[in-house]
Design a protein around this ligand. Structure first.
Ligand code: ADP
Length: 483
């Protein structure tokens, strides 16, 4: 567990919030202080061009004079439009004067025609910049690059009207210096920046506390859980994710405590189960050693039976740990499952012959599936063993193979006491045994069904149970048919 290079949530939050604040502030500074003049100029020039183009569009209208007047008023422009009769004579169509220092109405005819020539030479469109000269108390031509001064712009457009007459349009506008505005904004932004940074710090402290406090609380409880006390209660409020986490952890703690309880029970059972056969084996062996005439096959059989019981108990424990740790391989091959069931049932021959059990097998035809035969056989044994153990006095067990919806279902039915409905979901859990009171007859480990479930999960199949108190139970497994 390395936490050294990790920032706490508080600092993370602070960093992100600061980053966000900085980006916004930088954007504000750039747009309001650094580039304000450039942005303002380009907006203004755009405005002039749009106005000129709108007038050009309406040049043939009857009320073009009023229209130009309105545009000039709105955008503080001076506008003159001439219908060109020859290279240096024009008839005035429009004349609007809405500027204090209009250049158009103060220039002579020659300068106007000079502008006309420039526009024609530049594909019919030209912009001329002027700046205010303090010495001459008037505007002089400029390249438009200087800043902080009064500037005047004349935009000229030469175009054809609907009846192919040439029109020369001039629009003049003044750009006032923004230096004073920039200075005001500069001081405003300093105040805003400082306040925003302070606000970000306060917000960080407030929110990071609200976010991290429940997590810290859960972490403390989890540490208690880690020491093995499963009765911790994960409590967390505040927001959804954290209460979900608390809920999940409560569930996990609950499950852990259940498993722990079951393991304790199992160890108690297993030690009992181990001790009983061992006592029997030792007892019978000593009997046979010490008393002549006791060396009879029945006694030896008892020793063998008890030893087998031990083996199967140990095997169950090994199987489940192998299956659940995923160590065991599952090798799928085409398998005639009907033959597999028959093979499995052969193992119960002795049981049926000697102890009077009847095991029927019902099926219609042979079925092939893709699966691991050994594993399926293991699942079948577990189900049949349970059925034999729990079946009723008639000692009858029925195995049936049915085919439905592209699946083969193998069910094992007994005539025993059945299982209570509320216990049904629990019996598939590891170490679970319905009967806590130890019965000699049912010397199970509580692992059989969870082995079945693990195998069916690996096989991509299903398993389940139906049971009726007093009538018996039907356990089934299902596998998809081979395509
Ligand atoms: P066990 O090894 O104890 O049989 P299982 O996992 O196979 O463990 O079964 C869990 C519990 O389910 C058993 O202890 C038993 O109480 C119940 N059970 C399993 N099969 C049957 C059955 N055919 N009839 C009644 N109860 C059953």
């Amino acid at each position: 567990m390395k936490h050294k290079n990790k920032l706490s949530i508080k600092w993370k939050f602070f960093t992100y919030l600061m980053l966000f604040t900085m980006i916004i502030l930088i954007m504000l500074w750039l747009s309001q202080v650094v580039f304000l003049e450039t942005i303002y100029k380009s907006i203004k020039i755009n405005e002039i061009k749009t106005s000129a183009k709108n007038i050009a569009k309406h040049i043939d209208d009857e009320n073009i004079k009023e229209y130009a007047d309105m545009i000039g008023e709105q955008n503080e422009l001076c506008i003159i439009a001439l219908k060109m009769e020859n290279i240096n004579r024009g008839l005035e169509l429009v004349s609007v004067d809405k500027l204090n220092n209009c250049l158009l109405h103060n220039t002579d005819r020659r300068s106007k025609f000079f502008l006309y020539d420039l526009a024609v030479a530049n594909d019919g469109e030209y912009i001329q910049n002027y700046r205010y000269d303090q010495m001459r108390l008037g505007f002089i031509e400029s390249d438009g690059q200087q800043s902080g001064e009064f500037e005047s712009i004349i935009y000229t457009l030469v175009f054809q009207n609907n009846i192919d007459e040439e029109i020369f349009l001039m629009v003049n506008s003044v750009i006032s210096p923004v230096a004073a505005t920039v200075r005001t904004l500069y001081y405003q932004l300093i105040v805003i920046s400082i306040s925003v940074i302070i606000l970000a710090v306060i917000l960080t402290i407030f929110f990071s506390n609200r976010i991290s406090k429940p997590i810290r609380k859960i972490n403390d409880s989890a540490k208690i859980l880690a020491t093995g006390s499963y009765n911790v209660d994960f409590k967390a409020s505040g927001y959804k994710e954290v209460s979900e986490l608390a809920e999940t952890l409560n569930y996990a703690a609950d499950e852990l405590s259940k498993t722990d309880q079951m393991k304790t029970d199992l160890i108690a059972n297993i030690s009992h189960d181990l001790r009983t056969p061992l006592t029997m084996i030792v007892g019978y062996s000593e009997l046979m050693r010490d008393i002549p005439g006791e060396n009879i096959p029945e006694n030896i059989q008892t020793i063998i039976d008890e030893a087998k019981r031990l083996t199967s108990l140990v095997n169950d424990v090994l199987d489940i740990s192998k299956l659940q740790s995923g160590v065991g391989d599952f090798i799928s091959k085409p398998v005639n499952i009907t033959e597999t069931i028959k093979k499995a049932l052969l193992r119960y021959n002795k049981l049926t012959e000697q102890d009077g059990y009847t095991i029927d097998f019902e099926y219609a035809y042979d079925v092939t599936v893709n699966t691991d035969e050994t594993r399926i056989m293991q699942a079948l044994y577990n189900l049949i063993n349970n059925a034999v153990t729990y079946t009723g006095a008639d000692k009858r067990v029925t195995v049936a193979q049915t085919v439905k919806n592209g699946c083969v279902r193998i069910s094992v039915t007994d005539t025993g006491e059945g299982i209570e409905a509320d216990k049904l979901p629990l019996i598939w859990e590891r170490y679970y045994k319905v009967d806590k009171i130890h019965k000699r007859a049912s010397i199970g480990s509580g692992l059989g069904l969870s082995i079945v479930k693990s195998i069916m999960d690996m096989a991509g199949g299903n398993c389940g149970v139906e049971s009726k108190i007093g009538w018996g139970s039907t356990f089934w497994i299902e596998l998809p048919l081979r395509k």
